[in-house]
Design a protein around this ligand. Structure first.
Ligand code: PMP
Length: 280
């Protein structure tokens, strides 16, 4: 396991940061999770664009150009043996002079990347269960912040309830999952909440919208109420690590047929085919 830290490639156990790193003290940083199929990063440009957007929101200077990022990622993939990987990339504001919320004038961001095996089942779709929980997070969920306390509390509450994911709602409207975006199908049309500050603009979400539209499905990016979701024909969540994962039960209530629905099935196949066009 080789880790990238500030220009160096190190064994995981040797990669260390300062206690004055603002990422450690304040969770003052941004992250990305980039899936790699057959040694090829998937939708890398979109991940780098989102990284750039998020850094800008926090006034952290992007420490690398896209070409530099691509080279770092390529080297990390090679040094970790290639294949199917999940790249975790984190940029924090850097190491400060002391613990002070006010930011030092000159800061050098801390850059860390690690690679772990990507566990996706390409043969069949795996279903999951969810619980509906109130979205207790902040109002800038479009920023992929490493500050994840809200998500962690919600995801673990779901775990305690025996569910695979927490689907969140604010004022009776579905936002997203604690680690994913949410879609539903009603009368063979696809619905997903609009992209705004209350959700993360998922890279997988965009791919699914594109694939659905190319397949001739109508996609509505509009508000979904909790009742809409519970009475949907199909529900699925999406993320880089799970691709499309159908939700067949929410708080014990069976969604649709309780099986993988036809639309999820088609989009899962389209997704696999799309990946193959990019990596061969
Ligand atoms: N929303 C949240 C809160 C997430 O943590 C994730 C996964 N990082 C997503 C959505 C899905 O984003 P992506 O498809 O880019 O992985």
């Amino acid at each position: 396991d080789i880790v990238y830290l500030n220009g160096e490639l190190l064994a995981k156990k040797d990669a260390k940061i300062s206690v004055l790193d603002r990422g450690f003290l304040f969770a003052d940083g941004i992250y990305e999770v980039i899936p790699v199929y057959n040694s090829t990063p998937f939708r890398l440009k979109q991940h780098l664009d989102r990284l750039s957007y998020c850094l800008k929101q926090l006034n952290i200077i992007n420490p690398h150009s896209d070409i530099e990022w691509k080279n770092i990622i390529r080297t990390l993939i090679e040094r970790n043996g290639g294949g199917h990987l999940s790249i975790y990339l984190q940029v924090t504001r850097g190491v400060s002079n002391d613990r002070n919320q006010v930011i030092d004038e000159v800061m050098t961001p801390t850059v860390m990347l690690l690679a772990s095996p990507l566990l996706v089942n390409e043969e069949s779709i795996e279903t999951a269960s969810a619980t509906l929980l109130e979205d207790i997070r902040w109002q800038h969920c479009d920023i992929k912040s490493i500050a994840l306390l809200g998500n962690i509390m919600l995801r673990n509450k779901a775990q305690q309830l025996g569910c695979d994911e927490a689907i969140l709602h604010r004022d009776n409207l579905v936002t997203e999952g604690s680690t994913s975006n949410v879609f539903m199908v009603k009368f063979r049309e696809v619905y997903t909440p609009p992209q705004n500050q209350l959700i993360l603009g998922g890279i997988t979400r965009d791919v699914i919208i594109e694939l659905a539209e190319e397949s001739g499905l109508k996609v509505h990016q509009e508000n979904i109420t909790v009742d809409d979701l519970l009475s949907a024909d199909e529900v699925w969540i999406s993320s880089s690590s799970r691709e499309i994962s159908p939700i067949t039960q929410i708080d014990g209530k069976i969604i649709g047929s309780g099986q993988v629905g036809p639309v999820a099935n088609v989009l899962h196949s389209e997704f696999q085919a799309f990946k193959k066009t990019l990596i061969n």
